[in-house]
Design a protein around this ligand. Structure first.
Ligand code: HEC
Ligand code: HEC
Ligand code: HEC
Ligand code: HEC
Length: 453
């Protein structure tokens, strides 16, 4: 116990010293007061404002899960990491020199985290992509992907970088500032995927109405603006159904994966066999799950029901990332992470299989698999004081029979039935006929008897 404790303390101190000595990899140039407008100034884009207000971007600083992790990180590293996190979660706060304040003390635009004006005054990015590799020109001109935009209220300018995945990837690629370990790799996951080759960007899936690429999306970008063949929208929906827009998050999660049960058709009673699942990442342009994957939880449960009606769990597998620290201890928090202990996630358009052994009972075995997702484990959500739901992403089922005849009987189409008798249980039909004959018989008997007397 004493030894373990001192090892833990030593690694805490080692990490703290390295963090403190690094003076932080992320440095953004200062911006003058008022350089970024709060979203209340974007009234002409009312619809976009409503969409963005429901996103994680608008909560990037106030988010209780973020605040919980930030406090934990600061406590465990003796305050050494604060600036690193906030610079990305609120670039305006960093450029205004407001880092380290209580959230309530930020200027309105800084408190809005990844807000409209922070994104729309970006003018370029640097290499390598990640850890806020962005450049700003906060001169009031609003930049975006339209080549012909005009506004009566502010200057506008076409910006190539807004149409690129590097724009998003500059924040969605989080690298440990001391040891360069990739903590969140959404951008490089996408870059190495078929989607990058096909020119399908983050914007095409996350700034369009439905899951997948739902282009074109005709509409207007502001009140009174001309109707366009395609407009991008500010929904930025991901997997967070607790803090983000629940409906949009669930829709995306449910379109992300396909699953099938793998099992033999027939196994004799008492024999061992292996059954399992195949899961394919069909909808996400990066690994499934992606982002903060030491926190995200995606798991499959395979349940079997035997001939006695009793159900039991055949197996369960989790898909996430586990980091280890300098001493090889795991799971390690991102600030102590030195390496990846395991990374069990599904690459884009790829499948994984998992099989488990079972012993065949005396009758058919019904198999039912369910794939679940949560943005954070229950303990963490509880500690942070938020309600994070579990979403069912997809389900699949299958049956193992004890004989080829049973399997065939199940597979054979139902016998054609008499039109009148359709829907009637044969046993019930026989009963009705017998009763009718009996009633008629008894009637005839009494009738003839009364005629004779
Ligand atoms: C995370 C960064 C980000 C945030 C936050 C954001 N936008 Fe955008 N917005 C973009 C990008 C990127 C595009 C262009 C997409 C493309 O063309 O590929 C865009 C497009 C637009 C457009 C259409 C013009 C164009 O270039 O296509 C308008 C108008 C707009 N945004 C307004 C807003 C408003 C208002 C808010 C806040 C309520 C907001 N945006 C929040 C990134 C952002
Ligand atoms: C300035 C940094 C920054 C930029 C630029 C940025 N993001 Fe984000 N994004 C964040 C942060 C930080 C969060 C997490 C906020 C939180 O919950 O604390 C986030 C969250 C998200 C989520 C929600 C994830 C969930 O769990 O539901 C999606 C989706 C997303 N971003 C997509 C995009 C796309 C697409 C772009 C490019 C158009 C983009 N982001 C550009 C920083 C950024
Ligand atoms: C082909 C469509 C597609 C593309 C391209 C795509 N995404 Fe996603 N993204 C999804 C789907 C579907 C989900 C929901 C499943 C999940 O959480 O992984 C998702 C989830 C996310 C999440 C939330 C992850 C979580 O579970 O916390 C973030 C953040 C994100 N995407 C960012 C990006 C960024 C940044 C890019 C570009 C580098 C990008 N996405 C490209 C479809 C896409
Ligand atoms: C370079 C940008 C960047 C930096 C630096 C960064 N983050 Fe994030 N953070 C993100 C992005 C992007 C997401 C969204 C990814 C996802 O949805 O999985 C995110 C999501 C989170 C979330 C999940 C929020 C939720 O509601 O699901 C937590 C918690 C978090 N970050 C904590 C931290 C802490 C603590 C630090 C500092 C040690 C930090 N972040 C540093 C970009 C960053």
């Amino acid at each position: 116990m004493g030894i373990k404790r001192s090892i833990v303390l030593a690694s805490v101190w080692a990490a703290t010293l390295v963090f403190a000595a690094s003076a932080f990899a992320i440095e953004l140039p200062p911006a003058p007061p008022g350089a970024f407008e709060a979203s209340t100034g974007c009234g002409c884009h009312g619809e976009f404002r409503d969409q963005w207000a429901r996103t994680m971007h608008s909560q990037a600083i106030t988010d209780p899960l973020y605040q919980y992790k930030l406090a934990k990180g600061n406590e465990e590293t003796d305050g050494a990491i604060g600036d690193f996190c906030e610079t990305c979660h609120s670039p305006a706060a960093a450029m205004w020199g407001e880092l380290g304040r209580d959230p309530g003390d930020f200027s309105p635009a800084a408190l809005e985290g990844v807000t409209c004006d922070v994104c729309h005054q970006i003018t370029g990015h640097t290499e390598p992509v990640g850890n806020v590799s962005l450049e700003w020109t906060p001169d009031g001109t609003k930049r975006g992907g339209l080549t012909d935009s005009f506004s009566p209220v502010h200057a506008t300018e076409f910006s190539e970088v807004h149409t690129s995945a590097e724009f998003c990837g500059s924040c969605h690629q989080v690298i440990h500032p001391v040891n360069d370990l990739v903590l969140e790799g959404t951008y490089t996951e996408w870059l190495n995927s078929p989607y990058a080759d096909e020119g399908i960007t983050c914007q095409d899936c996350h700034m369009t109405p439905g899951p997948g690429v739902t282009k074109p999306n005709p509409g207007r970008v502001a009140a009174g603006a001309p109707e366009r063949e395609h407009v991008y929208i500010m929904t930025f929906a991901g997997g967070n159904a607790g803090l983000g827009d629940a409906e949009l998050a669930e829709e995306r999660l449910q379109a992300a994966a396909e699953m099938e049960v793998i099992a033999p058709d027939v196994v004799a009673p008492g024999e061992g066999t292996s059954v399992g699942v195949r899961i394919t990442n069909v909808g996400a342009g990066h690994y499934l799950p992606t982002g903060l994957t030491d926190v995200r939880r995606m798991w499959v449960e395979l349940v079997a029901t035997g001939p006695d009606g009793e159900s039991f769990e055949v197996g369960r597998r989790e898909f996430h990332t586990v980091f280890h620290d300098a001493d090889g201890n795991y799971p390690a928090e991102i600030w102590f992470a030195e390496g990846v202990e395991s990374d069990d996630r599904i690459p884009p358009r790829e499948s994984v299989e998992e099989m488990w052994d079972v012993t065949m009972p005396d009758g058919a075995l019904e198999l039912s698999a369910t794939l679940y997702y949560r943005s954070a484990p229950e303990e963490m959500a509880e500690a942070a004081g938020v309600d994070i739901p579990t979403t069912t992403m997809t389900q699949a089922s299958g049956t193992v029979f004890t004989s080829a005849e049973d399997a065939d009987a199940e597979a054979r189409p139902a016998e054609p039935v008499d039109e009148v008798a359709e829907g009637l249980d044969p046993l019930l039909l026989v009963t009705i006929i017998v009763v009718l004959i009996a009633v008629v018989g008894v009637g005839v008997y009494y009738f003839t008897k009364s005629r004779r007397s």
